[in-house]
Design a protein around this ligand. Structure first.
Ligand code: BES
Ligand code: MN
Ligand code: ZN
Length: 507
């Protein structure tokens, strides 16, 4: 449990077990109101101690020192940020990582209070409230821990109160409130995605969605296989068929009171476990497939956030929740199904199941909500990991304006994105003699991520549409300390920024 409180700078006077201070490569504090000279007054050998411990303020360096402040024992954690280029928001990423290092030190020492001297916001070309926003979200991400199934750890959780020293109280207080909610939303989605498939079934997640709807005044519609069959959702039913767990289709609606507001639909892939189905995955490819509902988890968690923050647009969250299993009832390769818009699909590979459930979800969104924009979020293809690695979510769209907004927001939020092309040449890769399209993509065309998006394109007729492939970014991202192990909540920072400030990005 972590509580963040605001305090006026300088923070030295605040009583606290620990103080966190960021330094540049000149060994100077980057918080003008919190110079190292204040610490030196009570710890005269400070600079010598830092030098002896090879702390030079370089990016990635950190050093924890136990000394005195205000005549009390204090742990002072120094974080290096290196040579900062003024006004570059890219530099925020090293601040996030440095902050995480400091928080990990607090946790290791089991300290319960810490005061953080925030860097001067103009260093990042931001207001102090904007800087606080990024810092608070990174703090929540850094302190996430999936200990739900570790009874010993659960008995002794680490709780901490962080005092953040910042200017301008009113703006900062609002920024803190919003960023707290975004951070909690990210961690909620991560917890659901990290929970294994024997626990986090479609039924359980649909109940969580219902709780969120009731708590935050969202309209909810939840149905299963029977209604899906009635609606002609052949893709959803084909994937759901093999599992003993009941599949659920969940729709949450946030409506603004603002008249004539645009409507945006968020569609999240919810495969609670992807065995591949009859085209069963090999051992090397099957572990981690509990994370195949990460898109749905993010959408449902975000809907709760929108219910609380009430942006001036309508947002509909749609998630097909299923399990992709082999069984006597499972779909077979060569099966031909009919999706909700009447298009027929030859199932060439039961492991390309995400696009099957999303096809009907996109149709459902268009049919019942005529959204201005549809955004789908899916762990759709292994191929994206080869193309973009683990640090970039793939953005696929023919809408240049949407693409450039999502690329810019990716840079600013640290939830990085990269655009892949979506040319019609790829349409050939899903042509078949026996149905409108097939779901596997001809190997002659390669580009599995693009071909997946090409398939989905068949189910969007009127709306502006963008597809986010988060198969590389949703889980097991190496090397970024604040993103951590397991589920990452990828695309939540990206989409909350886009939707909460939609007015800024709409043209
Ligand atoms: N859920 C997988 C994609 C995936 C792979 C996500 C690795 C995360 C890590 C998806 O359903 C899948 O199996 N895709 C196939 C598509 C192929 C059969 C056309 C793939 O990527 O191999
Ligand atoms: Mn699959
Ligand atoms: Zn899948």
């Amino acid at each position: 449990m972590i509580t963040i409180q605001l305090t006026k700078s300088p923070c030295w006077q605040q009583p606290s077990e620990a103080y966190i201070i960021f330094c540049d490569d000149k060994l100077a504090s980057v918080t003008p109101t919190a110079p190292l000279s204040t610490i030196e007054q009570e710890n005269s050998a400070l600079i010598e101690i830092l030098k002896r411990n090879r702390f030079e303020g370089k990016c990635g360096q950190s050093f924890a020192f136990t000394g005195t402040l205000n005549a009390k024992l204090a742990t002072i954690i120094f974080i290096g940020l290196g040579a900062l280029k003024r006004g570059h928001h890219h530099e925020l990423e090293s601040l996030r990582r440095g902050l995480c290092t400091a928080l990990q030190t607090l946790k290791k020492l089991r300290l319960k209070t810490a005061c953080i001297a925030l860097p001067e916001s103009t260093l990042y070309g931001l207001t102090s409230a904007q800087l606080l926003h990024h810092v608070v979200i990174a703090t929540h991400m850094s302190t996430y821990d999936f200990i739900d199934f570790k009874p010993e750890a659960l008995k002794d959780p680490w709780t901490v109160t962080l005092l953040m020293a910042t200017e301008n109280t009113a703006d900062a207080a609002t920024a803190l409130e919003t960023a707290n909610l975004i951070g909690q939303t990210i961690n909620k989605a991560r917890r659901w995605a990290d929970s294994p498939a024997n626990v986090m079934t479609p039924t359980v997640l649909s109940e969580e969605a219902k709780k969120i709807a009731i708590a935050h005044n969202l309209k909810h519609t939840i149905f299963g296989r029977e209604k899906a069959l009635e609606l002609g959702m052949g893709g959803f039913c084909a994937v759901d068929a093999g599992s003993d767990q009941d599949g659920k289709f969940v729709v949450l609606e946030y409506k603004t009171t603002v008249a004539n507001a645009p409507t945006i639909a968020l569609c999240g892939k919810g495969v609670h476990f992807d065995t591949g189905g009859i085209n069963i995955k090999p051992t090397s490819g099957i572990s981690g497939m509990k994370f195949d509902m990460s898109g749905a988890a993010s959408v449902i968690a975000m809907m709760g956030l929108f219910g609380q923050l009430k942006p001036a647009i309508n947002i509909i969250g749609l998630t097909p929740l299923v399990e992709n299993m082999p069984s006597g009832k499972a779909s077979r390769p060569d099966d031909i199904i009919t999706c909700m818009n009447g298009k027929t699909v030859e199932i060439r590979n039961t492991d390309a199941e995400g696009r099957l459930i999303l096809s009907d979800t996109l149709c459902y969104a268009e049919k019942f909500y005529s959204p201005d924009i549809i955004i789908d979020i899916a762990t759709l293809t292994g191929a994206v990991q080869h193309g973009l690695g683990h640090f970039y979510t793939a953005v696929l769209t023919k809408d240049d304006q949407l693409a450039s907004a999502l690329l810019a927001i990716g840079k600013a939020t640290g939830d990085r994105t990269w655009q892949l092309p979506l040319d019609d040449d790829f349409k050939e890769a899903i042509k078949t003699d026996v149905a409108d399209i097939h779901n596997n993509g001809s190997s002659a065309y390669y580009g599995g991520t693009i071909v997946g998006a090409c398939f989905l394109q068949n189910f969007v007729e009127k709306s502006r549409w963008v597809h986010l492939d988060i198969a590389g970014t949703a889980h097991d991202v190496p090397g970024i300390n604040y993103v951590g192990k397991g589920a990452t909540g990828a695309s939540i920072r990206l989409l909350t920024e886009f939707l909460l400030n939609y007015g800024q990005y709409k043209d």
